[in-house]
Design a protein around this ligand. Structure first.
Ligand SMILES: [Zn+2]
Length: 452
């Protein structure tokens, strides 16, 4: 079937300056023409709005499935904000086992196209390495074999949550990566060991891992690592690495608060001091602690009782995040994460917030914001031959939005509230969202690395 979206504005994503008013024709799941005047079976009126390639979220956290009947939660939030492809398995964490997750999508479909990274911390744990231990020789061999198997079966990256296993030192990380040394067809992404007053040390370690493993590297969620008053120094540190020819990219989400589980090592020691914050800046997200006024005692009790509960920490300087987004090596990504439907609004608002609020404030141009949300992450995934551009032969994942109206609406009360201004979203050539309503949430497919 041939469908046409008429009267739209599209950006040449390679050139990043040329806008064209045209019609876009899709046959089955592929874009076949960006010229006017094609006969089709079905027409949509784009009303002169912007038609963009579907957004590619290179850093998010997939659903934690416990049974075959589980429905998609964050996947739907992604879809409603215009994301059509996302990579889970970040920060070393596998919320659902790799094969189980992709097989689930193969059987049931998904709101978006999904790919995964191999999460090192989860694999380490699966091979019996306790938090406070280091892997034995035998365990490391099994971990390496496991990583090789996942990369062979389609993982796009290997990710580390260095902060979450403080005993994981640089030697362990490099040893785990040894079988992949020099490979350019995958990448490594890491959540830094340190944030706040020690952010630079964390960056230096990650750049060292990139240099010695000789694998393309992605620094995860820069804002939650660096936006505490020293962003300028952090960006200079990254640029020193780039100047040495190291292949580095960065992702960030556009907020002044971060979110993670209360039981993690993020909250050990004098965590408030390192962010120069107080308990008033910390919000717990689930009952009976939801939005309650915190002090040290209540925080400690909640941490012991409910280690999986998400915490929102309003401790970052958003102006510094904005500054980082001006840099060409910084991409937009949500780091979206929900537990029982609760969590940080970034999982439902990241892309509209950058394309709306940030663009209108003049933080970056609409063209740059679109590139950082589409072709740039598609390139890092090695999928830029079929994702991230509106061009004949490319996959028909599309989002129609109003640049005047687009705006994130999710907040810390309702972290899943859908955005405004996203008019329609197509996934694999079929309409998935119309006026913020999901009309088909099973159009997405699994993507395995190496698949054409
Ligand atoms: Zn992380």
């Amino acid at each position: 079937m041939k469908q046409q979206i008429r009267n739209v504005k599209i950006l040449d994503m390679k050139d990043k300056t040329k806008w064209v008013k045209t019609d876009v024709t899709v046959e089955n799941d592929i874009i076949v023409s960006i010229d006017k005047g094609y006969e089709c079976d079905k027409y949509y009126d784009g009303n002169g709005l912007i038609l963009s390639p579907g957004f590619v979220d290179i850093h998010m956290h997939e659903e934690g499935f416990t049974s075959d009947d589980d429905s998609f939660d964050i996947g739907e939030c992604m879809l409603k904000m215009g994301v059509t492809t996302a990579m889970g398995g970040n920060c070393g964490s596998e919320k659902t086992e790799f094969h189980k997750f992709l097989d689930h999508i193969d059987h049931k479909g998904s709101p978006i196209n999904y790919c995964l990274a191999a999460g090192y911390n989860s694999i380490r744990k699966r091979h019996g390495v306790l938090d406070q231990d280091k892997p034995s020789k035998d365990q490391m061999r099994k971990i390496q074999e496991n990583l090789l198997e996942l990369v062979r079966d389609g993982a796009f990256a290997i990710t580390f949550g260095i902060e979450y296993n403080p005993n994981m030192d640089i030697d362990e990380i490099l040893e785990a990566l040894e079988p992949f040394k020099g490979r350019q067809d995958i990448f490594v992404a890491a959540h830094s060991r340190f944030d706040g007053d020690r952010a630079i040390e964390g960056l230096v370690e990650m750049i060292e891992i990139a240099r010695r493993s000789d694998i393309p590297f992605q620094i995860s969620h820069l804002s939650s690592c660096c936006a505490y008053g020293r962003m300028e120094d952090c960006l200079n540190t990254i640029e020193e690495g780039l100047n040495q020819g190291i292949d580095l990219l960065v992702d960030t989400y556009p907020y002044g608060a971060f979110s993670t589980q209360i039981g993690t090592s993020v909250f050990r020691g004098d965590f408030l001091k390192k962010w120069n914050a107080s308990y008033e800046d910390i919000i717990l997200t689930e009952e009976p602690y939801r939005s309650c006024k915190l002090n040290g005692e209540i925080f400690k009790k909640a941490r012991e009782e409910r280690p999986d509960m998400l915490v929102v920490a309003r401790v970052m300087k958003e102006d510094e995040t904005k500054k980082s987004l001006k840099k060409p090596y910084v991409m937009v990504a949500s780091d979206g994460l929900y537990n029982n439907g609760k969590g940080h609004p970034r999982g439902a608002g990241t892309f509209p917030r950058v394309l709306g609020t940030y663009v209108r404030e003049g933080v970056l141009s609409l063209e740059e914001a679109l590139y950082k949300s589409t072709l740039q992450p598609a390139k890092r995934l090695g999928l830029d031959h079929k994702l991230g551009r509106i061009k004949p032969g490319y996959q028909a994942d599309l989002v129609l939005f109003d640049p005047e109206e687009i705006k994130d609406c999710a907040d810390f009360e309702d972290g899943q509230r859908p955005p405004l201004g996203i008019k329609q979203v197509w996934v694999n050539g079929q309409l998935a969202v119309e006026d913020n309503k999901v009309i088909n949430n099973r159009l997405g497919k699994s993507i395995r690395r190496g698949m054409r």
